[in-house]
Design a protein around this ligand. Structure first.
Ligand code: AMP
Length: 206
């Protein structure tokens, strides 16, 4: 299955991407994670991306698209993938569509996580990540940068919702609630039957 997870910063895309990708048996590909790994590793790509990330701006399309195309060409993405944080502009979505067409592939679903803006600001301002065993605030989770990232989302990424709806690919879910509840809604929207074996009651051997 080939899925795009769409939603504003703070909607829980990263958390849900990991769980849903596990359920679907496909790799979760997060452009934000790939950029952050490059920043930590002080690569050329990381140095280029850091300036934009720290300001809460989008990394230019040409850098991002090339990076995603390389990642999608890896063997583990052949049978499917879940993209988290890409595409973020109409131009990226068009490039993704064209790259997939070249590979004789297409998206199955674009799942949008919907959360109102007050809740997003509350979540992002209180978010803590662990780096080298220590809790820290992400540089781009500082209040003024959060506001800017939400603006960037509204202007550049939110139009993708209508774009994918027109293509008949969009499914939206309410992403407020417990992690498990949101996952359950996502899997229903994707038409995926959850393998409940782990939670099913095991017969006792008496
Ligand atoms: P995220 O972890 O998805 O919130 O991404 C963190 C930051 O990485 C974003 O604020 C952007 O600066 C950059 N980034 C991630 N994905 C993209 C993308 N598809 N296009 C441009 N910049 C991106």
């Amino acid at each position: 299955m080939r899925v795009v997870l769409l939603g504003p910063p703070g909607a829980g895309k990263g958390t849900q991407a990991q769980i849903i990708a596990g359920e679907l048996g496909v790799p979760a590909i997060s452009t934000g994670d790939i950029f952050r790994a490059n920043v930590t590793g002080k690569t050329e790509l990381g140095t280029q991306a850091k300036v934009y990330m720290d300001a809460g701006d989008l990394v230019p399309d040409e850098i991002t698209v090339a990076m995603v195309s390389d990642r999608l060409a890896e063997p583990d993405a052949k049978a499917g993938f879940l993209l988290d944080g890409f595409p973020r502009t109409i131009a990226q979505a068009e490039q993704l569509r064209d790259s997939l067409t070249e590979l004789d592939q297409h998206l199955d679903c674009v799942l949008e996580l919907v959360v109102d803006e007050d809740e997003l600001v509350r979540r992002l301002s209180g978010r803590v990540v662990v780096v080298d065993g220590k809790p820290v605030q992400r540089e781009d989770d500082k209040p003024e940068t959060v506001r800017h990232r939400l603006e960037v989302y509204r202007e550049q990424t939110a139009p993708l919702s209508g774009w994918y709806d027109q293509a008949g690919l969009l499914a939206t879910i309410d992403a407020i609630g417990e992690i498990d509840e949101v996952t359950a809604r996502a899997l229903v929207a994707l038409g995926h039957q959850r393998d409940d074996d782990e939670t099913a009651e095991q017969p006792t051997d008496r």
